[in-house]
Design a protein around this ligand. Structure first.
Ligand SMILES: O=CN(O)CCNC(=O)c1cccc(Cl)c1Cl
Ligand code: NI
Length: 187
């Protein structure tokens, strides 16, 4: 089972590498890794398990954060409606790729955090508001999916990890809360 000890932190060069494509179909080991990454996210969002295992909450995870430089991510984005237990997006993506994106940009009003960054880095992380991504599932089947809002932001944060990009690379250094005209702020 993945715990915080398995997650590498800033300074580890793997976080700045471009990860390698995973040959399709994935091996049993790669499939198992994807399942464990998804399970980690679910555990991290479960108050009892998160407390028990001392997990920081996460809605996404990328294999390079486990010091595995492969193009594999997991996302588990719960519904914003507390009454609704169905996550808006819960999946493992092999070789995810942004095929196209909106002209409009967006950012989370509360900024972003990262399990590989043991500090707060305030500021708007400006990303594409909407993206069309392709990816392969653990059976090696290709999917194409349009994403918007929070789930679009999360998937971009994870794909960044596959390219050695950290969320704070996108924050404006002069004014971390500067926003251009038309950028959608997602609360
Ligand atoms: O790469 C994944 N992590 O570092 C897990 C911890 N961060 C988050 O769950 C998180 C928090 C805020 C905004 C975004 Cl977009 C994300 Cl992804
Ligand atoms: Ni991260």
């Amino acid at each position: 089972m993945i715990t915080m000890n398995d997650i590498i932190r800033e300074g580890n060069p793997t976080l700045r590498e471009v990860a390698k494509e995973v040959p399709m179909p994935p091996t049993d080991e790669e499939k198992k890794l994807g399942e464990e990454m998804l399970e980690f996210l679910k555990n991290s969002q479960d108050p009892v398990k998160a407390e028990e295992l001392q997990l920081r909450g996460g809605v996404g995870l990328a294999a390079p954060q486990l010091d595995i430089s492969k193009r594999l991510i997991a996302v588990h984005v719960p519904s914003s409606d507390p009454e609704d237990d169905t996550p808006v997006l819960s999946t493992v993506m092999f070789n995810p790729k942004i095929l196209s994106h909106s002209v409009q940009d967006a950012c989370l009003g509360e900024g972003e955090g990262c399990l590989s960054v043991d500090r707060e880095v305030p500021g708007y992380v400006v990303r594409h508001a909407r993206v069309t991504v392709s990816y392969y599932d653990e059976a090696g089947v290709k999917h194409k999916r349009r994403l918007k809002n929070y789930e679009a932001i999360v998937v971009q944060h994870e794909i960044d990890h596959l390219n050695g990009v950290m969320f704070y690379d996108h924050i404006n250094e002069e004014n971390p809360f500067a926003l251009k005209e038309g950028v959608l702020v997602i609360e």
